[in-house]
Design a protein around this ligand. Sequence first.
Ligand SMILES: Cc1cc2nc3c(=O)[nH]c(=O)nc-3n(C[C@H](O)[C@H](O)[C@H](O)COP(=O)(O)OP(=O)(O)OC[C@H]3O[C@@H](n4cnc5c(N)ncnc54)[C@H](O)[C@@H]3O)c2cc1C
Length: 386
Amino acid sequence: MDFSLTDEQQQLRRTVREFAESEIAPHVMEWDEASQFPSEILPKLAELGLLGVIFPEKYGGAGLGYIEYALAIEELSRVDGSVGIIVAAHTSLCTNHIYKFGNEAQRLKYVVPLAQGEKLGCWSLTEPGAGSDAGGIRATAARAGDGWAINGSKTFTTNGHYADVCVAMALTDPAKARHGISAFIVEKGTPGFRPGKKENKLGMRASDTSEVIFSDCRVLADNLLGKQGEAFTNILQVLDGGRISIAAMALGMAQGAFDAATSYAKERKQFAKPIGEFQAIQFKLADMATEIAAARLLVYHAAWLADQSIAAGGSIRFTQESSMAKLHASEVGVRVANEAVQIFGGYGFIKDYPVEKYYRDAKLCTIGEGTSEIQRLVIARRVLGL
Ligand SMILES: Cc1cc2nc3c(=O)[nH]c(=O)nc-3n(C[C@H](O)[C@H](O)[C@H](O)COP(=O)(O)OP(=O)(O)OC[C@H]3O[C@@H](n4cnc5c(N)ncnc54)[C@H](O)[C@@H]3O)c2cc1C
């Protein structure tokens, strides 16, 4: 077993870290307080190839793998989870769904500008009545002339207001329930397609989470993504990759909170000595470091398996590993951020210090792309062979 990163991977980590510290860190609290979507950062992310890390160069991507993708999301999220989730929803949900299940014309038309960062993507599955039970969606797409008419409302779509391209799931055969769900590519500006209410959130406030509304939205037959009625099966594979990005996001936030808490423990003095000299604080930091290291192994292992799967033409499934990485890393993110606030004491509770934001942001990782309970169901089914 070789646990080391290649020189190129280490270089990528350094580049993303420097970028995040110089271009993102100075604005983090301003964006968070105002719930301001960081549009100005997108061209810079595109320039670094960070909006298409996992796609081949032929389709506008950086031609790298999931390890590099996880490293990039981790480093962005170490500074700002909101930037992490914007990139993750764009890359491993929207663009990857089109890349994995689109035809060649769709790949050229949509994946290329998305991966190059000329366009931003979103992915609309969740509805007010269908979250964990994603197979229970109600949005419909009915035949209309040569194409389709989509009707329904989606909720919690990341990048909903800012995306140029939306991959949306709708029932084409309601009688077949989840086996009647199909995916469609809908472009911004298509009549009948509009973003709705923007959510006011606990954390990840600079990211946009919105309703997306379809009212008699007409798309061409060419906009059907994948085979009719097969979207539910495809979604499960898209989420296998997506969950690695949520895990990497949680890992980055845990690392950011840990770094801040470690520095603070060396500086802050009480009873005439740095609080890092108290064993109570030392044990917290030791547990945080150990949990982060364990989460990192799970995240990189799942990413490595995803890369092995791509190299093997998709024959290797990594559902269990990606769910385990997501479950563990997200819960570590919450625990580490909680302990970081505790180490900062009262200063951990105020916005002049960075840890309260990690505490708010990390929680999303136990919810998005399947809650911790749903990850446990996925893992249990594999473990029991159900
Ligand atoms: C900031 C943010 C961004 C998001 N981005 C996107 C996006 O880009 N695209 C998209 O489609 N969705 C997105 N989502 C939606 C997200 O994936 C869902 O919120 C999530 O899957 C949970 O669904 P729900 O909120 O309806 O909760 P529910 O499904 O109602 O769950 C409520 C509670 O019940 C538990 N529960 C439900 N079913 C079971 C079960 N069978 N066994 C045990 N416990 C169960 C859950 O674990 C949870 O604790 C986003 C959500 C947020 C908050």
